[in-house]
Every structure is written in structure tokens, then in C-alpha cells.
Design a protein around this ligand. Structure first.
Ligand code: AMP
Length: 170
């Protein structure tokens, strides 16, 4: 199936100059959503994944479906101030200013085999920060999966050496 037909381009959202990749048409199509999740699950099926870690918020949708599909648990990586227990934080630079992600300090056991998931990789800052949190907790980061990779922004270059799989790339 051509999954690209379910990704809608929204120019100038959330601000001017950004071409937003809207994945909601894919999520709304049972066959399309299933095929996207199955492709990621198939790619990593022999990697003995222990947990899926998903990045807020669209990484939660994809990541929890993937966790159930692979028969493993899910770890949320969230925006600051959202997680209720003791957290670790990693800040990262945006074009203007900075942002951060957090994880519960007991979310990962040492050497647990983690697959990190998000909907879109653009500049890669978010994924690098999430990777740092997981590694600092002792995770064995087995792979990183995206539904959409925006090649022009070269985010995957910041994740060089990782086992990266993107369902669609533009
Ligand atoms: P980045 O840190 O630049 O790789 O940005 C990745 C995060 O921002 C992901 O969580 C995406 O959901 C979101 N994002 C960035 N750019 C886009 C875009 N053009 N379309 C949709 N989501 C985006």
C-alpha cells in the first residue's frame, strides 16, 4: 500500500515556513495505520526488544500501538513538568531558544533493549535528547523508528551509528 497518500502536507503550521506532515489521515485508516506499525515491528522483529519508548505526543500514538503489536511495554518520554515521579531531563537547542524532554528515572533497567519511536524526524534535536536520556539510564538502544523522515533537514545524521528505520522519507 502507498502509505504516503495518508500523509497530509500543511503549509505554514504551526508557524510560517514550516511544512507540517499531518499523520492524522493515516491514523484514521485502519489498514494504513496497521501497515505502518507492522512495517516497524517487522523491521525490528529479531532484535529482542524489551520496551518501546515514545516521544510526546504523536510518538505515544505510534509507540503504544507498536508496543502492543510487539508484545512489550511502553515508556513515555514527555515535555517538562508532565511526569509525576522523579525525572531526568535533557535540554536541546531549537532554532530560537531551547526545549527539553523528561523520563522517569526508573523507566529503564540497565541493559534493557529499547526501541525509540517518534512520528517525524526533522532536525533530530528531539530524538538526540531522547536517546541521551535512555542511554544515561543504562538502556541498550537497539533502534530508532520514525513514520516520516524529512531528509533535507539531515536529522538522521545526528543519530549516526544508530539502527534507524523510517517508514516514509521526503
Ligand atoms: P526535530 O527535533 O526538529 O527533529 O523535531 C521533531 C519533533 O517535532 C517530532 O516530535 C515531530 O512530531 C515534530 N515535528 C518537527 N517538524 C515537523 C514537521 N514538519 N511535521 C510534523 N511534525 C514535525
Amino acid at each position: 500500500m502507498d502509505l504516503g497518500k495518508f500523509i497530509r502536507d500543511i503549509p505554514d503550521f504551526p508557524k510560517k515556513g514550516i511544512l507540517f506532515k499531518d499523520i492524522t489521515p493515516l491514523l484514521g485508516d485502519s489498514k494504513g495505520f496497521t501497515e505502518a506499525v507492522d512495517k516497524i515491528a517487522d523491521h525490528f522483529k529479531d532484535k529482542k526488544i524489551d520496551r518501546i519508548a515514545g516521544i510526546e505526543s504523536r510518538g505515544f500514538i505510534l509507540g503504544s500501538a507498536l508496543a502492543l503489536r510487539m508484545g512489550v511495554g511502553f515508556i513515555p518520554i514527555r515535555k517538562p513538568g508532565k511526569l509525576p515521579y522523579k525525572t531526568r531531563r535533557c535540554e536541546y537547542k531549537l532554532e530560537y531558544g531551547s526545549d527539553a524532554v523528561e523520563i522517569h528515572e526508573d523507566a529503564v533497567r540497565k541493559n534493557q533493549r529499547i526501541l525509540l519511536v517518534d512520528d517525524v524526524i526533522a532536525t533530530g534535536g528531539t530524538a538526540v535528547a531522547a536517546k541521551t536520556l535512555l542511554r544515561d539510564l543504562g538502556a541498550d538502544l537497539v533502534g530508532i523508528a520514525f513514520l516520516v523522515e524529512l531528509k533535507e533537514l539531515k536529522g538522521c545524521e545526528k543519530l549516526a551509528g544508530e539502527n534507524i528505520y523510517s517508514v516514509l522519507s521526503y
